[in-house]
Design a protein around this ligand. Structure first.
Ligand SMILES: Cc1ncc(COP(=O)(O)O)c(C=O)c1O
Length: 379
C-alpha cells in the first residue's frame, strides 16, 4: 500500500481541478489583456477565479493579487510594505516562520531594515505581550504566520491584529498551510495582507495569491505590464489560476472534520510507542492535517528512509530544508535540543487520506522504531 503523508510539502492535484484547467491550454488559451474574443474569455475566467478566492475569505475581488507561489506572495507582502514606508524601517516576525518570510527579512536587514524575531513557547505560540512591547514608532509591519508548516500550531490572528491596529502597524500573515483548513474572514479579523499557495490544497504548482486590503500602500516587485491591479507584471497563468480557484471551491468543512479525526487517531496511536512526544499544540489550535512526533533515540532521517522502503512518504522538518543537516529552526525555537529535534517526523494528511492508510502506518512504525533503537548509539 502506497501512503502519501507529506501533504505539507505538496498535494496531489484533484482530478476535478485538472479537468477545470485543461480547456485553458488548448481551446481558451487567450491572453487576459487582449481585446478580442480569446482575451475576453481568458479575462472572464480570471475574474471568476478571483471572485471565488475572494468569497472564500469574505474579501472583495479587487483585493486578490495572483502570484507565482506562496513564497512570492510573502516577498511581495513584506518587501512591498517595507519599500513603501520611507520613515519606518522596523519589521517584527517570529522565529518559526517559513524561509520565504525569514530569508526575505534577512535580505531587508542587509538593506538597513531592523527585524525583531519573536520567540515562541513550547507549543509554538508567540507571546502577545512581547509583540506589544516590540512595536516602536519605527515599525512598519508585523508578519506572523497563521499555521506553522512543521508543527501545525495556529496563532490567534484576531488578537495579533488588535495589537497591530492599536499601534497603527500593518499586519501580514502567511496562511499557506491553513488556507481552506481554518476559516479566514477578513472582515472579522481585519488582517492587511495574507499569503496563499495553490499546490498545498490540491491545486497546481506555481500559483499563489496575496490578499491586499483596500488602501494598503504597497510597492510592486515585478515590473513590466500593469496586470494584477499594477502590483505584479506578467501575463496571468490562466490555467493555473482557474485550477487554484477550483481547488478552493472544492475544499469544505467536512474534509477538515475527517482529517482531524484521522490526525488524532494517528497521534494517539504513535504516542503509544515508548519514548515518543508530540510537537506543537493540540485540538483546534493545531492544523487538522498535521502530526509531528519525536521518536527518541533514533534519527528522523533513518526512520524516514525505512518508511519510504515501506511505501510511506513522510518528512523531517519542512520540505524546503530537507537537504539541510541543521536541526529545524522551528523545533529548536520550541526549546528542543538538536539531537531531539533530529528525531522528529512530520506526517501531513490530506482529504484523500483514508483510515486504512493510517492503520497501515500504525502497524508498520512500531516495528521500524524498535529495529532502529536496537542499533541506536543515542540510547
Ligand atoms: C508556511 C509556508 N509558507 C510559504 C510556503 C511557500 O509556498 P510555495 O511553495 O508556494 O512557494 C510554504 C511551503 O512549504 C509554507 O509551508
Amino acid at each position: 500500500m502506497k501512503v502519501y503523508l507529506d501533504n505539507g510539502a505538496t498535494t496531489m492535484v484533484d482530478k476535478k481541478v485538472v479537468d477545470s484547467m485543461l480547456p485553458f491550454y488548448v481551446d481558451k488559451f487567450g491572453n487576459a489583456s487582449s481585446l478580442h474574443q480569446f482575451g475576453v474569455e481568458a479575462k472572464e475566467a480570471l475574474d471568476n477565479a478571483r471572485k471565488i478566492i475572494a468569497n472564500k475569505i469574505n474579501a472583495d475581488p479587487e483585493e486578490i493579487v495572483f502570484t507565482g507561489s506562496g513564497s512570492e506572495s510573502d516577498n511581495l507582502a513584506i518587501k512591498g510594505i517595507a519599500y513603501s514606508n520611507k520613515e519606518k524601517n522596523h519589521i517584527i516576525t517570529s522565529k518559526i516562520e517559513h524561509p520565504a518570510v525569514l530569508e526575505t527579512c534577512k535580505v531587508l536587514e542587509k538593506q538597513g531594515f531592523e527585524v525583531t524575531y519573536l520567540k515562541v513557547d513550547k507549543e509554538g505560540f508567540i507571546d502577545l505581550n512581547e509583540l506589544k512591547n516590540s512595536i516602536t514608532n519605527k515599525t512598519c509591519l508585523v508578519s506572523i504566520m497563521h499555521a506553522n508548516n512543521e508543527i501545525g500550531t495556529i496563532q490567534d490572528l484576531k488578537k495579533i491584529k488588535d495589537i497591530c491596529k492599536e499601534k497603527n502597524v500593518y499586519f501580514h500573515t502567511d496562511a499557506v498551510q491553513s488556507f481552506t483548513k481554518v476559516e479566514i474572514d477578513v472582515k472579522k479579523i481585519n488582517v492587511d495582507l495574507i499569503s496563499f499557495s495553490s499546490h498545498k490544497i490540491h491545486g497546481p504548482k506555481g500559483v499563489g495569491a496575496l490578499y491586499v486590503k483596500k488602501g494598503t500602500e504597497i510597492k510592486k516587485l515585478i515590473h513590466g505590464g500593469h496586470q494584477e491591479f499594477d502590483l505584479r507584471a506578467g501575463t496571468e497563468n490562466i490555467p493555473g489560476i482557474v485550477g487554484f480557484a477550483e481547488a478552493v471551491r472544492l475544499g469544505n468543512k467536512e474534509h477538515v472534520t475527517s482529517m482531524a479525526k484521522l490526525r488524532d487517531k494517528l497521534i494517539n496511536g504513535l504516542l503509544k510507542i515508548k519514548d515518543t512526544q508530540l510537537n506543537g499544540a493540540t485540538g483546534n489550535k493545531r492544523l487538522c492535517n498535521n502530526v509531528n512526533i519525536i521518536f527518541r533515540y533514533i534519527e528522523g532521517e533513518s526512520l524516514l528512509l525505512k518508511l519510504d522502503m515501506n511505501e510511506i512518504a513522510v518528512s523531517t522538518g519542512s520540505a524546503c530544508s530537507s537537504q539541510d543537516l541543521r536541526p529545524s529552526h522551528v523545533l529548536t525555537a520550541l526549546g528542543l535540543r538538536a539531537d531531539v529535534a533530529h528525531s522528529s517526523i512530520r506526517f501531513t494528511l490530506s482529504r484523500f487520506t483514508t483510515e486504512k492508510e493510517i492503520d497501515y502506518v500504525l502497524k508498520v512504525i512500531p516495528k521500524l522504531v524498535e529495529e532502529l533503537r536496537q542499533f541506536s548509539p543515542l540510547k
